[in-house]
Design a protein around this ligand. Structure first.
Ligand code: BV8
Ligand code: ZN
Length: 238
């Protein structure tokens, strides 16, 4: 069966998850040594956990933020930035579930952080979003109104960011690529089915099989950092 081909007329939507950052040394959520093995989701990634123990939640996020200083994009991030450069303006969007900044560091531009960003915090009261805060404070406070800052990430049970824009892109999409995501977390897990429903060609690059197999035309099993640089040439140079 021939593989995916990407043409300049295509409108490409890419969805990435924790697996795209794994080779940069950032823990995924569900792999053996994953984040959720060491922390209880309920305690650190839900509004209830935040209200119960905000100091624990800030320790969880500040630890991950500190890790960011010592990791770099891997060839998977770089290949995705290269595909974007090779597509006409406005015909490529990268939706990431990741809260790290490795796609930006690799040069991705048209990027949507649907689950927020480690490098941002938001005031619970005036909703101001900041990129600088006192990371030594147990619970940092807003410089504008003095109330508590929370991590600017989407917890379970909260609405992901920019869903309207994402669904608009999915309606126009002719090629959908999923990279490094287990396909368990909704609504991201439903994006490939949405793309398929409008006739898009779909592909996944992932270490393990994912539940959405029925919507995937081309499945490339393996490490994204090893596979994507070669696949880029196969997909675009046809
Ligand atoms: C919502 C930010 C509705 C924080 C994250 C009951 C109550 C409430 C909600 C629900 C419920 N039941 C279901 C839900 C919906 C829920 C959900 O889906 N839960 C799941 C667990 C069942 N979803 C939500 O709550 C979402 N919101 O539904 O809102 C709503 C509607 C109206 C109004 C208000 C609300 C919000 C979900 C977002 C949660 N926040 N992150 C943080 O990061 O700390 S989710 C977090 O987990 C990540 O962001 C990511 O999205 C997810 C992990 O998924 P992956 O990225 O796929 O990572 P994972 O480890 O799972 O997989 C990695 C994959 O990579 C693996 O397949 C592996 O094989 C592969 N891999 C590994 N290495 C490599 C590789 N592949 C290639 N190369 C490699 N080298
Ligand atoms: Zn404020």
């Amino acid at each position: 069966m021939s593989g995916l081909r990407i043409h300049p007329k295509d409108m490409m939507v890419v969805l990435t998850g924790a697996g795209v950052s794994a080779e940069s040394g950032i823990s995924t959520f569900r792999d053996a040594d994953g984040l959720w093995e060491r922390y209880d989701i309920e305690e650190v990634a839900t509004p209830a956990g935040w209200h119960k123990n905000p100091k624990l939640v800030w320790r969880f996020y500040n630890d991950r933020l500190k890790d960011l200083a010592s990791v770099n994009p891997n060839p998977a991030h770089e290949a995705l930035a290269e595909i974007e450069r090779r597509m006409p303006e406005g015909q490529f969007v990268l939706v990431t579930q990741n809260v790290d900044d490795l796609h930006e560091k690799a040069g991705s531009r048209n990027l949507i952080h649907m689950h927020g960003e480690l490098r941002k915090a938001r005031c619970e009261s005036c909703s101001q979003v900041v990129s600088e805060w006192d990371t030594d404070a147990e619970i940092p406070s807003c410089s504008s109104c003095g109330q508590r800052l929370r991590p600017h990430v989407v917890w379970f049970g909260e609405l992901p960011f920019q869903l309207q824009r994402i669904f608009m892109c999915l309606e126009q999409c002719t090629v959908f690529l999923g990279v490094g995501t287990s396909g368990f977390v909704n609504p991201a897990a439903s994006f490939v089915a949405s793309a398929k429903s409008v006739g898009a060609r779909t592909a996944f690059v992932n270490l393990e099989h994912v539940p959405q197999t029925g919507f995937i035309d081309h499945f490339y099993q393996g490490k994204a950092g090893e596979l994507l640089p070669g696949l880029l040439r196969e997909w675009l140079d046809a």
